[in-house]
Every structure is written in C-alpha cells, then in structure tokens.
Write a protein that binds this ligand. Structure first.
Ligand code: AMP
Length: 303
C-alpha cells in the first residue's frame, strides 16, 4: 500500500493507475477510521481496482470554537485498517500541503443546499467541505468517489457540486453503518462517556419509531417531527438542534410524505454534536425505510 503525502504524488499515482487501465476509487475521510469508513472502502474495492483513501482533518470545515484541535487522530491505526481492507494508497497530507498559502482565497460555495439543516449551526462548514473535496477531486482526476449517507446533506452538496461544474467524478452514496444497538458510527462517538453513549441511542430509536409510524400510514411530516421530539425529550441530556423532513436529494421542505424523503436529526450530547437520518421512500401505501446496516459483530479492530 502506498502512503502518499503530497498532491503531486497523488496525481501521478492516479494517472499511472488509469494509464494501466485501472479504475480509481476515492474515499475521502478525516481519519480515526471505523466500520462506517471501512464499508466505504469495501464498496470502492467492489467496483474499482485502485482505491485511494484520503485522511485529512480539514481545518476549513471547522468553525470557531468547534473540535478541530481535539478531533481524534490515529494515523498508524488508520494505515493498518486501510491495508487490511486492501486499499491501494492512502493520501494523508499535512495542512501546509493542502493550504500552502494559508486560508485559500478561492473557495467553493454551493448555494441553497448549505444554509440550513447543519448549515444553520455551522455556517461555514459546507464551504470548507466543498472546497477540500474539490481539491481532492482535482488532484485525483477521473474517479468514482464514495461517501456515507450518514452525512446526507454533505452528500447532496457534493452531488450538486459535481453536477454544476461537470467534475469527472461519479459519486456513490453508501448506507449508514450502525453499531449493534443502533448508534450510527462516528469518529466523534469517541468523545462520549458511557452514560452519554446510552443517552445518544435516543436518536436512532426515535428515527426508527418515526419510520415505523410512516410504515403504519403516517404521511404528515410534522407528526413525525413531533414524535421524534417527544422521544428524544425522554433523554434530558440530549439537546436537539433540529429534526426535519426534507425531499431527497433537493432537501426542500415537504408538506406530505411522498417519494423519497429524508428525516434528518442533529443533537448535542454534552459537547458532542451527533447527526443521524433515515431515508423513507413512499409510493402510495408502500413505505421503504432505509436506516442503513447494523453491525452484527465486532471485528477485532478498533471499535
Ligand atoms: P468523516 O471521516 O467523518 O469525515 O467521514 C468520512 C466519510 O465516511 C463520509 O463520507 C461519511 O459520510 C462516511 N461515514 C462516516 N460515518 C459513517 C457511517 N456510520 N456509515 C456510513 N458512512 C459513514
């Protein structure tokens, strides 16, 4: 497995792979890898023969007072996991390599999709994401890029970015990976105490209950929002930031559940901000709820 630290080396490794007739798969991450990330790597391996994982805690997507300085990092463990999954190359650049002149003067802003939901509490976040992802796409070149549906708004932003400026990238959204008790995997789960982790389960439980209500016939988005609010309120240490029902992938407000809709949630448990969602596909009386996949067992690597 190649361990690449410069943009020039990433570009030449990907050019070489393509000229050898290989398909390049890209999995952008901030590291401290877990089963959610590994599922993206495996999805990439299934269709691409040169898989690049990027590991970069991107300062641009953290706001003032957020957790940039204490974001968990473990490059040695991450490299071992990538090797184990059969990744061809890991690109783990320094901040100076990515932003040699400091804060870039050129940034990428995806209008409309970025100002509410998570963008309301994190007004500069998606500009940081769109900018770093554009830089990674530019360095990698033509590829298939894999992103988790856990970050549903991020996925919508990246899809729109690729469409708007015709980047040579095929974007694939992958299912949310949950721990056996339903908690969505996140590098930030490492911040949670045992009590907080137990309280955080209210989020996935509430989404599951709302999905069941939709399956039982509920079509009023505000009824689902109220149900989620009520269930999360049973855990006083969980502070809801938003619960929203939106159309997918446009993220527009909806009056009635129909077609593909996203029920998305963000909350703080102590200082830790968590997000989660369920996708509901409603066709008449039929409802399919996609909460992602639940791990059945531990894998002997970091949990
Ligand atoms: P991060 O390292 O948190 O920036 O995440 C890197 C990629 O992994 C993003 O595309 C995330 O959506 C994806 N990801 C993170 N957690 C999960 C999860 N539990 N299930 C699926 N994908 C995930």
């Amino acid at each position: 497995m190649l361990h690449i630290e410069t943009i020039a080396d990433l570009r030449s490794a990907c050019d070489r792979a393509r000229s050898d007739g290989r398909r390049v798969g890209l999995v952008p991450t901030m590291g401290f890898l877990h089963e959610g990330h590994r599922s993206l790597m495996r999805a990439a391996r299934a269709t691409c023969d040169f898989v690049v994982v990027t590991i970069f805690v991107n300062p641009l997507q953290f706001g003032a007072g957020e957790d940039l300085d204490r974001y968990p990092r473990d490059l040695t463990g991450d490299l071992a996991q990538c090797e184990q999954v059969g990744v061809a190359a890991v690109f783990a650049p320094s901040v100076a390599e990515m932003y040699p002149s400091g804060r870039p003067l050129t940034t990428v802003h995806v209008e409309g999709l970025t100002s509410d939901l998570c963008g309301a509490a994190r007004p500069t976040h998606f500009d940081g994401v769109a900018t770093v992802v554009t830089k990674l796409f530019a360095a990698t070149g033509s590829c298939t890029a894999f992103f988790g549906r856990k970050d549903a708004q991020q996925l919508a932003v990246i899809n729109r970015l690729v469409e708007d400026v015709n980047l040579p990238v095929q974007v694939v959204g992958c299912p949310i990976v949950r721990e056996p008790d339903g908690l969505a995997r996140s590098s930030r789960n490492a911040y949670l105490s045992l009590d907080q982790r137990r309280a955080a389960l209210a989020l996935s439980r509430a989404l599951q209950a709302a999905a069941s209500a939709a399956i039982a016939g509920e079509r009023d988005p505000s009824a689902l929002v109220d149900l989620v609010r009520g269930l999360v309120a049973t855990e006083p240490t969980v502070a809801l930031e938003y619960v929203e029902v939106r159309s997918a992938p446009e993220l527009a407000r909806v009056d009635v559940l129909d077609g593909e809709v996203l029920l998305a949630i963000a909350a703080k448990v102590g200082e830790t901000r968590l997000i989660d969602n369920v996708t509901l596909t409603v066709r008449g009386a039929e409802v399919h709820a996609d909460l992602g996949t639940t791990e059945l067992r531990s894998e002997g690597v970091r949990q």
